[in-house]
Design a protein around this ligand. Structure first.
Ligand SMILES: C[S@@+](CC[C@H](N)C(=O)[O-])C[C@H]1O[C@@H](n2cnc3c(N)ncnc32)[C@H](O)[C@@H]1O
Length: 249
């Protein structure tokens, strides 16, 4: 069976369904912003885990950044690394195959259920990136891969500050985000309302590379490297993406 493509920004839709049709399928109640994100990911978790997750660790460019992160962290000695917004934990699992001990955290209960299937030996918890259940300076590093897509600038900073709290000085932080897309310039917002045929409620933020670097710096991380990549596969959202690596001051 050919997997359904992910939802696309305006002007790029491939499946022809309208927002109205999507809204009939599953109704998202009007929750607080974090509840909307949690509910939306609860709804798509199984499809996301089965149809999108493993593609990411199959890509050599992403794997290169994960390898760089893991080699840098391993030089710090033994310890724990956190994946914040881990989804089905395919990245946490991949990092564990590179020799890291990884804790995965996600706000969506259904995503953590998927993560437990994909990475049964993993240490996986339901929690918010704004309030990590982790002691100060307990981690050697953290990754946040497309987990802040639905955060405005203030919420990205809240999340970065919390990651700064739990990562020890000299540790590393790998953050990835959407930069732009056709019809979606840097700094714009796309309101994702349909995904895998389900109604969702996900404002999706596009962040310029310089802005992303300035935010990371303001949160207390020295930016070491940024990898920008263009859309690569027909089943992924056609966005320009950035993987930015920082070192905690
Ligand atoms: C686009 S998915 C990315 C999942 C995975 N990191 C990946 O790259 O495939 C975003 C994930 O972030 C989680 N998330 C969003 N906001 C969160 C928050 N405030 N705290 C923890 N997790 C959050 C969602 O539940 C979802 O699993």
């Amino acid at each position: 069976m050919v997997p359904e493509p992910p939802p696309l920004p305006p002007g790029l839709a491939m499946d022809g369904e309208t927002i109205d049709e999507a809204e009939e399928s599953t109704h998202i109640a009007s929750f607080e912003p974090l509840e909307k994100i949690r509910s939306s990911y609860d709804i798509v978790a199984e499809r996301y885990a089965n149809e999108l997750a493993d593609d990411m660790v199959a890509r050599p460019i992403e794997r290169g950044m994960f390898l760089a992160f893991s080699e840098l962290v391993q030089k710090l000695g033994a310890g724990i690394v956190g994946e914040v917004g881990c989804g089905p934990a395919h990245i946490a699992k991949h990092l564990s195959t590179l020799g890291l001990r990884v804790v995965g955290i996600d706000i969506s209960v259904a995503m953590i259920e998927q993560a437990r299937k994909k990475f049964p030996e993993g240490e996986l918890f339901v929690a918010s990136m704004f309030e990590l259940p982790v002691p100060t300076a307990a981690w050697l590093g953290a990754v946040s891969i497309y987990a802040t897509l639905h955060c405005n600038a203030a919420d990205r900073m809240r999340s970065f500050k919390e990651i700064h709290r739990v990562v020890r000085a000299g540790g590393y932080f790998l953050h990835s985000f959407y930069v732009s897309a056709p019809d979606q310039p840097e700094g714009s917002i796309y309101h994702l309302q349909k995904w895998f045929g389900f109604a969702v409620d996900l404002p999706t933020y596009f962040v310029g590379i310089e802005d992303g670097a300035a935010e990371m710096d303001r949160a207390g991380f020295d930016v070491m490297a940024a990898l920008v990549r263009e859309p690569m596969q027909s089943n992924e959202l056609p966005t320009r993406r950035c993987y930015m690596l920082g070192k905690r001051r």
